[in-house]
Design a protein around this ligand. Structure first.
Ligand code: IMP
Length: 199
């Protein structure tokens, strides 16, 4: 049987990060684009876990190819962990990454330096026949006062990971992948995939 893994996301940034991190696994990594399939999954879960599992389950059901999905949220401690599961549509429906960053900076304009702590939390779900597993990764840091850097995507320009002088958007993709929420979750998921595919 051909060893294939389908990435259940249309986000090219996530596809690139996930492919890079899993590149040394001897399996064929496919995207929905490769299959020429347009499958929209409504992300209406109340947690990252629910959304990640929903995406992986629906894409696996539609394709019968073992599927991997990611759902990520930025949790700002002073805002009771908002935007969290609503990170993608924080500033509304069909908004840009910049709209979301601007809204967050505005909400935090009166929050002092010591209270600007936040974390990215990623949940990765893997679904195959009679098999489901999720793994979580967390990266802590703080929200700075204005955007810096042009790499990455989403909230990267306003997130300074703990122990670094550079935002995620100022780090190379290799540097980000080592410390990021997605990198951490995928490192754990890699072990599950090795078992599942008997590598
Ligand atoms: P989702 O996991 O696609 O629902 O993403 C939720 C939101 O978090 C989106 O606005 C993404 O742009 C943002 N996001 C997800 N992963 C990252 C990341 O690694 N860095 C910065 N923003 C991210």
């Amino acid at each position: 049987m051909k060893k294939q893994l389908l990435l259940a996301t249309n986000n090219i940034h996530k596809v690139e990060e996930i492919k890079t991190i899993l590149c040394n696994l001897p399996i064929e990594i496919l995207t929905l684009k490769d299959l020429r399939k347009e499958i929209e999954v409504v992300e209406d879960g109340e947690t990252l876990e629910e959304n990640a599992l929903k995406k992986a389950r629906e894409i696996f059901t539609a394709t019968k190819i073992p599927s991997l999905a990611d759902d990520t949220g930025l949790e700002v401690f002073a805002l009771n962990n908002a935007p969290g599961v609503y990170s993608a549509r924080y500033a509304g429906e069909n908004v840009t990454y910049q709209d979301n960053c601007s809204k967050l900076l505005n909400e935090m304009k009166n929050i002092q330096e010591e209270n600007r702590g936040a974390q990215f939390r990623a949940v990765i779900a893997f679904v195959a026949k009679d098999f489901e597993k999720t793994e979580e990764g967390i990266c802590t840091g703080k929200i700075i006062h204005s955007s810096r850097g042009a790499q990455g995507f989403g909230y990267d320009p306003i997130f300074l990971p703990d122990g670094f002088q550079h935002t995620f958007a100022e780090l190379s993709s290799e540097e980000k992948n080592i410390i990021s929420h997605r990198g951490q979750a995928l490192k754990k998921m890699k072990l599950i995939l090795e078992q599942y595919y008997q590598l």
